[in-house]
Ligand binder design. Sequence first.
Ligand code: PSV
Ligand code: MN
Length: 424
Amino acid sequence: MQVEKHSIEELNQQHIKDHRRRFEFAVADLADLDEVLQKLVAFNIAIPSWALGTGGTRFGRFSGGGEPRSLEEKIEDVGLIHALNRSSNSISLHIPWDIPEHPDSIKTLASQLGLHFDAVNSNTFQDQPGQKLSYKFGSLHHVDKAVRKQAIAHNIEVIKYGVQLGSKALSVWLSDGSNFPGQLNFRKAFQNTLESLQEIYEALPDDWKVWIEYKPFEPNFYSTTIGDWGQSYLLASKLGNKAATLVDLGHHLQGCNIEQIVSLLLMEGKLAGFHFNDSKYGDDDLTVGSINPYQLFLIFKELVEGMDARGMNHATDIGWMIDASHNVKDPIEDLLQSVQAIKIAYAQALLVDKAALEAAQNNNDVALAQEILQQAYRTDVRPLIAEASLRAGGALDPIGVFRKLNVREQLVKERGSKTVATGL
Ligand code: PSV
Ligand code: MN
């Protein structure tokens, strides 16, 4: 199904007066309003193909109704999200969960909905039916060269799918690691990973990048071969200019200062992209901004400052993507919430008075520096996000419209109440 533009406009009209009042109030003191709005309109966040169905845990999965049954239906769902918020203009595929059997028609469908293809993701953390060798003890780091070769070939195949769709990056996350001390030789595991990645790197087209994701634990609980940003950065540096580090917010140990990591990776030109989510303990699947919105703001503050320092385009020079699993919420609602939370943090970061902050830092005026940051963080920027959405042809209140138009009910009618999407 598709959400018609006029339905969104009609519902917008019902709230336009309230919106105008809130907007005028919110922007009264904003000097560079047009610039901020332009940046918000331009800012898009990719939707992962595996997040459109209900996610599960290792204990179970409680499917929702109307889940997409095919890649085409997943693309339709991203089209719905984009129609509502005008900020989700791309989809990131995970192979082999979502193999584009007919790339031309998939591409046409996507472009009809205003979408393109973000990074393609390889999967060597699960065995597939009929697969010759197992990834039980890892893939690119495996002690057996034949397993490494199989995993390399899979990554090269994923690049080929991506080329057909117009993607420009391969995103690699390895679950390779060990569960017990003594299981692995760390150095050999790292060297094997590097050599495997070198072969994959050689297969990258000139205008492509490889994004190397890190994660401290899970599914391995003693060591992960690419466990932190240092290990990812080391690999990316050894590989070359086309390789950089991908930061998944949930892939840090508790209390980790992610904003500092982001700042330094940006400084070195090695920040490839983001997987947005949130976590309370050790998970990486909660909705971004649902637990720690201040941290999200602080990360965006570093992103904006660091990208400006390098003259980067906020919207396009870094890969922005959500990576979460929705176990109890409607996935589309959760993704709409995620995009809103990201845009709120981004807008607040744009409001930081950079000159005043720099002066406070140079004067060691710690209290004032904090005041400046929190002034931006405590600004209610929601009317700006709504205005940006309105100007881009989206909904003032994307979730409200999703509910008013009974989108999920219609999807259940079309697809059935017992559908299960591929993914986690
Ligand atoms: C692993 O936890 C991860 O964050 C990686 O990005 C995977 O590709 C994704 O989740 C889906 O499994
Ligand atoms: Mn991730």
